[in-house]
Write a protein that binds this ligand. Structure first.
Ligand code: FAS
Ligand code: PHB
Length: 388
């Protein structure tokens, strides 16, 4: 086979890239290791920046999002001194869209089906070759080895993918921070505890009250990184979550059976080489953020904005600058999101080695946000998404 761009990974970044390129007449083949059902069974992000919403509109994947998504013009922060609101509309005249990553992925798959895009599921042993010469990608399926010649390879295969591993160690520089805790998350068919998200700093640890729709709630509590989700009964989870949320919320919230329960580790990671010859990394394949700032999915989308722009210019007019500057342009925004996600994590979580001074500084960061419009505006601008 031959195509213009082979995309490794059929998650949100790979599918969005395939959609944007195919709409411009550029040929792609998406190679996804898992089945479609498995990909669609993942429960991950829940908040879309306004830039991501615009990208999905451009891709023609906005109809269901507009019908079923929920625009949010603010969120709450909660401390022992009580809850206060960060008003995105008032502070930066913007909003976010609460719409699950699962739904985004489903909409992208539907759009890809509608244009007859080529997506190979259960493609095993995917491997890019000859990235500095005549690129091609091989994979195994139904007992046969397949080979696709291409101009470029997009590594959209997530943190545990193959793409980043083919960049020689002397050509990549990796920076990482692993946090000393995880997030135990549950999904339940219950009415959300509040009309907007609540990020809570509590002496027992962080908690987040989020949602997918008016009958589907998403909650998280900070737990030790070695904790086991099976050790947590639903009742134990609800009791701990209520201890950490403001009384006026905990006393009235609806609880119920969990339909998903898992622990996500928290890390900040950047591979500062997002290009190697004909290979371009995008999304979690290149960077990871703690979910505190709701940036993971949105960063993957902004990478695809820059990469698709570069590829469209190349195929449209032979203009190479977008591809040549892709890594630097994407990383500028990545580092801003890495900082914001680290900052949100640092002011909202209890760190095992935290001493009294650290504790006071954390409290003052939150009081700064409670009392100063300027501090809340800086948070709002980052939370809704810096300009692309
Ligand atoms: P993805 O990991 O989504 O997709 C990569 C795809 O590549 C997968 O389908 C995988 O099967 C495939 N693949 C991997 N290796 C392959 C190979 N060798 N060959 C072929 N295919 C291969 N972000 C938020 O903003 N908020 C959240 O609350 C949040 N929660 C998260 C919870 C969890 C448990 C995880 C893991 C992530 C969470 N994230 C969250 C971040 C998440 O949303 C990612 O940022 C987002 O999925 C990134 O999308 P992709 O870059 O497409 O990577
Ligand atoms: C979610 O709803 O899953 C969610 C929302 C905001 C975050 C993280 C996760 O910061």
């Amino acid at each position: 086979m031959k195509t213009n761009v082979v995309i490794i990974g059929g998650g949100p970044s790979g599918l969005l890239l395939s959609q944007l390129l195919n709409k411009a007449g550029i040929g792609t083949v998406v190679l996804e290791r898992r089945s479609r059902d498995y990909v669609l069974s993942r429960i991950r992000a829940g908040v879309l920046e306004s830039g991501t919403v615009d990208l999905l509109r451009r891709a023609g994947c906005d109809a269901r999002m507009d019908r079923e998504g929920h625009p949010h013009e603010g969120c709450y922060l909660s401390t022992e001194r009580g809850m206060f609101r960060v008003d995105f509309r008032d502070l930066c005249d913007n909003e976010v869209m609460v719409y699950g990553q699962t739904e985004v992925t489903e909409d992208l798959y539907a759009a890809q089906d509608a244009i007859g895009a080529t997506i190979v599921h259960e493609a095993m042993e995917v491997m890019p070759h000859d990235l500095d010469g005549s690129p091609y990608v091989t994979y195994e399926k139904d007992g046969e080895t397949h080979r696709i010649a291409c101009d470029f390879v997009a590594g959209c295969d997530g943190y545990h993918g193959v793409s980043r591993t083919v960049i020689p160690a002397d050509r990549k520089h990796e920076i990482e921070r692993v946090y000393p805790f995880g997030w135990l998350g549950i999904l339940s068919r219950t009415k959300p505890a509040a009309d907007e998200l609540i990020y809570a700093n509590h002496p027992r640890g962080f908690a987040l009250a989020s949602m997918r729709n008016e009958n589907l709630s998403r909650y998280y509590i900070q737990v030790p990184m070695e904790d086991d989700p099976d050790k947590w009964s639903d009742d134990a989870f609800w009791a701990e979550l209520k201890r950490r949320l403001p009384d006026e919320v905990a006393d009235t919230m609806e609880t119920g059976a969990s339909i998903d329960k898992s622990i996500a580790p928290l890390r900040s990671y950047v591979c500062t080489t997002m290009r190697h010859g004909a290979l371009f990394l995008a999304g979690d394949a290149a960077h990871i953020v703690p979910p505190t700032g709701a940036k993971g999915l949105n960063l993957a989308m902004s990478d695809i904005h820059y990469l698709s722009e570069g590829l469209l210019a190349w195929y449209g007019s032979g203009e190479a600058s977008g591809l040549e500057t892709y890594s630097d342009r994407a990383l500028l925004r990545v580092w801003r999101a890495i900082r914001f996600s680290w900052w949100m994590t640092s002011i909202l979580h209890r760190y095992p080695q935290q001493d009294e001074f650290d504790q006071r500084m954390q409290e003052m960061e939150l009081e700064n946000l409670r009392d100063l419009d300027a501090a809340r505006r800086a948070m709002a601008l980052n939370y809704v998404g810096l300009p692309l």
